[in-house]
Write a protein that binds this ligand. Structure first.
Ligand SMILES: [Zn+2]
Length: 138
């Protein structure tokens, strides 16, 4: 079960903080267009924080090229990401544990050569990349 999110804002409060597109994806579970995300092809060293609340979610070292058209990670920071089944029962949604913002979906067992064989398929717009040495940023 997903834990209660420490940050609880109203829809109106989020609209002030987020751009309309960020609001659409983070708060209404939208999806950015495939292959258009600003971080789809980015492989610099750093940390990906939640665009809504700043919680560190992924290290650049866990990002891999899945070819799916969205940033893909094989693992998030421990406890930073909640999972819940989609209403259709087929996919597993991932959300920020800090604010409940929609990140994307996670799938397992697709055969990627990564330590977890999980693919966190994340909207670029749901995260904010902070360049730098990932080991000292948290
Ligand atoms: Zn968040």
């Amino acid at each position: 079960m997903a834990a209660p999110n420490p940050i609880n804002k109203t829809e109106e409060e989020w609209k002030v903080i987020l751009s309309p597109e960020q609001f659409r994806i983070l708060r209404t579970k939208g999806t950015e267009k495939k292959g258009t995300g600003e971080y789809d092809k980015l492989y610099e060293e750093g940390v990906y924080n939640c665009a809504g609340c700043g919680t560190p979610l992924y290290k650049s070292s866990t990002k891999f090229d899945s070819g799916c058209g969205w940033p893909s990670f094989y693992e998030g920071f421990p406890g930073a990401i909640n999972r819940s089944p989609d209403p259709d029962g087929r996919r597993t949604e991932i959300t920020c544990a800090g604010c409940g913002g929609h990140l994307g979906h996670v799938t397992k067992g697709e055969g990627y050569k990564t330590p977890t064989d999980e693919r966190h398929c994340v909207n670029s717009i749901s995260v904010k990349f902070v360049p730098g040495n990932a080991s000292t940023s948290i």
